[in-house]
Ligand binder design. Structure first.
Ligand code: HEM
Ligand SMILES: [Ca+2]
Length: 267
């Protein structure tokens, strides 16, 4: 937000300019540091999703910073080894990368395939649920758009987008069991996200110097279900089970004919 004219030009930051420009005036108007504002807006944002987390919010980050160097943010076409190494530099284990990727349950792409903006990563982009962890393990059968994009692999549902990085991390021996563990345990998923986001939020900060303002973050509505489902038209035979230690859970399929996933409306 401080160096948008530099950092939004980095390829890995594609699309982030919209939200940066929307939020900056609020931070400036209220005299809040950009770091605090981003953390606050993120916590309020996910609290709007059904079943979402109530993230801790600590205030008091300084507004002193320097532009980041390019090529440090993971790309969807990067190998898992590279993504884990980069995230490891910041102190996150491979399983904590999975915990951070819970965010892709409420996410959509605009720029990997620019012909289909708003194409979500799971069938429930408004719900903070574990559908993402089931649907990324289904066999890929189609490209929702033009299908010729680096960082994209085939998805299982019309209208759903699959990043190569999500596909690979779901199947990597280091992370497949963490990935599968959320499918039948919404509470575990939310608890892991709250904990890893608390870690992310204080990177480079001394938490002792920050003030806990978590009580201003809204309480999200409760989750519709603790257990994810197979999308209509899919069976357990379509799952590419990847955790060697634990069998894939028996989950039910949604009734009805196979449907396609609607795009997320522009914000
Ligand atoms: C592990 C490495 C990661 C990769 C390679 C990755 C890649 C991507 C890509 C390519 C998009 C689509 C961008 C666009 O086309 O507009 C995206 C969207 C998104 N990502 Fe990630 N991501 C990663 C980690 C994370 C983390 C750690 C978070 C947050 C904790 C996150 C949260 C999101 C959200 C919320 C969106 C959707 C934005 C929207 O709907 O407008 N991602 N990600
Ligand atoms: Ca979802």
């Amino acid at each position: 937000m401080a160096f948008a004219e530099i950092e939004t030009n980095f390829h890995a930051n594609g699309g982030i300019d919209d939200i940066v420009e929307a939020q900056r005036p609020f931070a400036l108007k209220h005299g809040v540091s950009f770091g605090d504002f981003i953390q606050f807006a993120g916590a309020v944002g996910v609290s709007n999703c059904a079943g979402g987390p109530r993230l801790q919010f600590l205030a008091g980050r300084s507004n002193f910073s320097l532009p980041a160097p390019d090529l440090t943010v993971p790309e969807p076409f990067d190998a898992t080894d590279k993504i884990f190494a980069r995230m490891g530099d910041a102190g996150f284990s491979p399983n904590e990368v999975v915990d951070l990727l819970i965010s892709h349950s409420v996410a959509a792409q605009d720029h990997v395939d620019p012909t289909i903006p708003g194409t979500p990563f799971d069938s429930t982009p408004g719900d903070f649920d574990a559908q993402f962890f089931v649907e990324t393990l289904l066999q890929g059968t189609l490209f929702p758009g033009n299908g010729s994009n680096t960082g994209e692999v085939m998805s299982p549902l019309a209208g759903e987008f699959r990043l190569q990085s999500d596909f690979e991390i779901a199947r990597d021996a280091r992370t497949a069991c963490e990935w599968q563990s959320f499918i039948t345990d919404q509470n575990l998923m939310v608890a892991k996200f709250e904990s890893v986001m608390a870690k992310l939020a204080v990177l480079g900060q001394n938490p002792q110097d920050l003030v806990d303002c978590s009580e201003i973050i809204p309480v999200p509505s409760v989750a519709k279900s603790q257990v994810a489902t197979l999308p209509a038209g899919k069976t357990l035979a379509d799952i590419e089970q990847s955790c060697n230690a634990v069998p894939f859970p028996v989950i039910s399929a949604d009734p009805g004919p196979a449907t396609s996933v609607a795009p997320v409306p522009p914000s």
